[in-house]
Write a protein that binds this ligand. Structure first.
Ligand SMILES: [Zn+2]
Ligand SMILES: [Zn+2]
Length: 150
């Protein structure tokens, strides 16, 4: 009886999460639409424009994508899958217990340090707790570049 109740509860939780993902996906579409509109306007105005002009819009889309990824991970865990870990370098979900990230090659036991002051930081930090420097997550390409140069 209890087991069934647990099953039912996790069914409802994962259903709720899926519903949240659906509404986030709608939000993402709207956000992409706004981005497209902005690009179109910039193009029509024939202004000299670059990445900076659309950075905010792109970051909005990226943060929605991250939220969706987190929710999908929650569903995976509800369905009884082993929790994965987030690569501190590129922010991708990877197999729990991995030593190296298959995406960017980052050694998972390596400690992250602030590029400004060199103090230890946590993967989830957006700003360095020691000096306030904004933490930039390395993209997979950048991290690879860095690894090749090391
Ligand atoms: Zn990685
Ligand atoms: Zn710092």
């Amino acid at each position: 009886m209890n087991k069934n109740r647990g099953k039912l509860l996790s069914f409802f939780s994962s259903w709720r999460l899926r519903w949240q993902i659906t509404s986030l996906e709608k939000e993402k579409e709207e956000s992409l639409l706004r981005l497209g509109k902005k690009v179109y306007e910039l193009f029509i105005e024939r202004k000299d424009w670059g990445r900076e002009e659309v950075r905010e819009n792109c970051q909005e889309v990226l943060s929605i994508e991250e939220e969706i990824e987190d929710l999908e991970e929650n569903i995976r865990c509800l369905e009884g899958n082993k929790p994965r870990q987030v690569c501190p370098s590129c922010g991708e979900y990877i197999e729990g217990g991995s030593l190296y990230c298959p995406r960017c090659g980052f050694y998972q036991k390596q400690e992250l340090a602030c590029s400004q002051c060199g103090e230890k930081i946590n993967p989830q930090d957006k700003f360095c707790p020691h000096c306030g420097q904004e933490i930039q997550k390395l993209s997979a390409d950048k991290a690879k570049e860095k690894k090749d140069n090391d």
